[in-house]
Write a protein that binds this ligand. Structure first.
Ligand code: HEC
Ligand code: HEC
Length: 224
């Protein structure tokens, strides 16, 4: 009796051990498809292999480079309890974000997080941008370039201001990979061929693209 119990326990242990290693990306991919996520999001790239019509056929942003774009902790939390990122509806300039993104519970959120974090791209070089205060980057963001005309950010005393046509950058430092921000600013259309932001390469020096990426990657979420 005792040995049966022992065998059962060790089998349970082995199953638990196996599912906490490399099994989740595959499990997450299955959940992603079963829950209809793939209807609204591409997980295969690169963008240049798709037509504008292909891109517009999806109601949500492409996720084929999600593992290079997002921070894992943020992603897991957001999938379980999504809050609007874009003030306006995706790919729209007049409709409000309906704040109705599907939620994932428990293991589903963790497994889909592992799946999405496995989708990385070479275009993002690791270890280039270290988030910190950056006076030059701030000047570029607020004064020299029209960034704040399209993006919300949290200013002094946590007051949120800025335009609404681009994704909110409040808390960008907790949501986005700093190195992705730099890669994206250098060449946005690699990632977003449809609703790209203006390309600043050629307008800003590489050094200043790094400065503004350093500044944005230090954005904290608003105080509660
Ligand atoms: C009906 C279409 C639709 C479905 C279904 C859908 N999404 Fe989304 N998703 C969106 C839209 C629209 C946004 C942009 C939300 C925002 O900016 O607030 C989004 C944003 C996201 C983001 C953040 C992407 C970014 O670049 O900001 C992730 C991650 C994500 N969805 C994952 C999922 C997962 C996982 C599922 C399945 C459980 C799913 N989505 C189902 C439409 C959809
Ligand atoms: C004309 C409006 C406009 C201007 C100016 C602009 N952006 Fe954007 N930005 C956008 C749009 C549109 C997107 C992507 C939209 C989407 O994915 O829904 C974007 C995306 C981004 C993202 C990625 C956010 C995410 O969650 O996917 C970052 C970071 C960013 N912009 C930073 C900047 C910085 C820094 C500047 C100034 C140097 C700037 N933007 C100027 C419109 C703008």
């Amino acid at each position: 009796m005792k040995s049966i119990l022992k065998a059962a326990l060790s089998t349970a242990f082995l199953i638990a051990a196996a599912s906490s290693s490399s099994a989740e990306p595959a499990a997450g991919k299955a959940v992603f498809e079963a829950k209809g996520c793939a209807q609204c999001h591409y997980t295969d790239g690169p963008a240049r292999e798709k037509t504008i019509d292909d891109q517009l056929a999806k109601k949500g942003p492409e996720l084929w480079y999600a593992g290079s774009k997002f921070q894992k902790g943020w992603l897991a939390g957001w999938l379980a309890d999504p809050k609007p990122i874009r003030p306006l509806k995706f790919n729209s300039l007049d409709e409000e974000n309906a704040d109705d993104h599907p939620k994932l519970a428990g293991d589903d959120a963790a497994n889909v997080t592992d799946f999405l974090m496995s989708l990385t791209v070479d275009a993002v070089e690791a270890g280039v941008i270290k988030p910190k205060r950056n006076v030059k980057g701030k000047q570029i963001f607020i004064k020299k370039m029209p960034c704040s005309g399209c993006h919300q950010a949290s200013g002094r005393k946590g007051k949120i201001s800025g335009g609404r046509s681009g994704p909110s950058l409040v808390g960008a430092g907790e949501r986005l990979n700093p190195d992705w921000i730099y890669a994206y600013l250098k060449n946005p259309t690699v990632f977003k061929p449809v609703k790209a932001m203006p390309t600043f390469a050629g307008i800003l020096k590489d050094k200043d693209i790094k400065n503004v990426a350093t500044y944005v990657s230090n954005f904290k979420a608003k105080k509660k």
